[in-house]
Design a protein around this ligand. Sequence first.
Ligand SMILES: *Cc1c(COP(=O)(O)O)cnc(C)c1O
Length: 397
Amino acid sequence: MPRPDLLQRLDVQTAEREHARLHRRLRTIEHADGPWLESGSRRLLSFCSNDYLGLAQHPTLVAALTRAAGEQGVGSTSAHLICGHRAVHAQLEEALAAWTGRERALLFSTGYMANLGVLQALLARGDVCVQDKLDHACLLDGARLSGAELKRYPHADVAAAARQLAAHPEAAALLATDGVFSMDGDIAPLRALAQLCARERATLMVDDAHGLGVLGDDGAGSLSAAKLGQHEVPLLMGTLGKALGCSGAFVAGPAALIEGLIQFARPYIYTTAIPPALAAAALESVRLAQTETWRRDKLAALVARFRAGAAQLGLPLMDSASAIQPLLLRSADAALAAAQALEHRGLLVVAIRPPTVPVGQARLRITLSAAHEEAHVDALLDALADLAQGSRVAGHV
Ligand SMILES: *Cc1c(COP(=O)(O)O)cnc(C)c1O
C-alpha cells in the first residue's frame, strides 16, 4: 500500500461533508452596530451573537481598551510566566475571583484553552472523567488530551452519572458539565451534581461560558444562581468573550488549585498572555455586568416575550430559561431552509446542524441580547409565524 496523502484525504472528507449538505461556510461581517450586522452589503438583524448583555461595543470598554493600548501597547509581548503578566491582568483576576465568590482566578487566552489546561493538569491515565453528553467540544477534547477514561452520561441524567462514578470507586474522578448548555440553553442540574460529587468524593467542574453575566443576582453565573460556593464546586471556568463582550477566559477556585494550574497547565504556560488592553476592557465589563442590572432585566423580559410569542405560534421551542432559545426543527435541511428564509427577510439566525448537535436534532439557535429591542423580537416572531404558515417549517411545528 502506498502512503496515503494527508491533504488528499482531507479533500475527500470535505467533499463528503459537502455532499451530505453539512458543509460550513464562513460569513464575513463588514460592519457591526449592536445587533445590526452588515454582510454582503446587506443589513441584517442578528440573533446569533453571544453578546448577551450588549457590552461588546460599550463606549466604556472601547475607551478602556484604547487608553490601555496607548499606554502599554497592543501585545503583552510574552507568556504570563515570563514578562507578560501586567498589573491589569492581576486586577482583572482579582475582580473575577471576587465576583464569582472564589479565592483566586487565573486568566487564559480562550475558554477552549482553559478547559484543555484544567483537564490536562488535573487528570492522568487511570483517572475517570465523567461528562454530560452535551458538554462543549473543548471539555471533551480536554479529557482526551489528559489520557483519563472519558465517560459521557445522557444529558442531565444525574443517576447515570452516579452509576458511572460508582463503577470506578477507586479512580480519581472529575465530573465536568456546562452550566448553561451552549446549543440547548438549559441549565445543568447543578445542585444534584454537587451532592453526587460530594458523596462520591469526585471533583466538580462547571463551564459557565453562557451563564456568567446572565444568571445569578449580580450576574455571577449559574453557580451563584444555584447557591453553590467554591467548596461544592471547586472548579469554575468562565469566558470573557460572551456576555462580557471581550475575549479570553478564566478559571476560578481555591488558591491551591490556581497555583497548581500555574505550574502544570500547559495551555496556560506556553502561550502569550492576552493583550493588557483587552484585560483593561474586560475589567470595565465585569464592573458594568455587576452594576448595570437593567441589562439582565431587559434580557429576561425579551426572553419572556419571545417565549410567550413562540408558544402562541406553536413553534418547537426548547425548554430554556437562558438567552439561548433554540427552535428544534430536527432535520438539517429544514433548519438550513428556515435560516435562509429568515435571512431573506433580513434576520440572521444560524442553523446548527450535525456534527455540532446529534443527527435529527438540527435547530435554529436563536440568541437574545440586552442590545435587542422589543420590536426586534416581534419582527423575528412575525417572520417565524410566516415560515410556520408556509411549508418550510410547518411539517416540524
Ligand atoms: C464558547 C464556549 C467555550 C469556549 O470559549 P472561547 O473563549 O470562545 O474559546 C467553552 N465552553 C463553552 C460551553 C462555550 O460555549
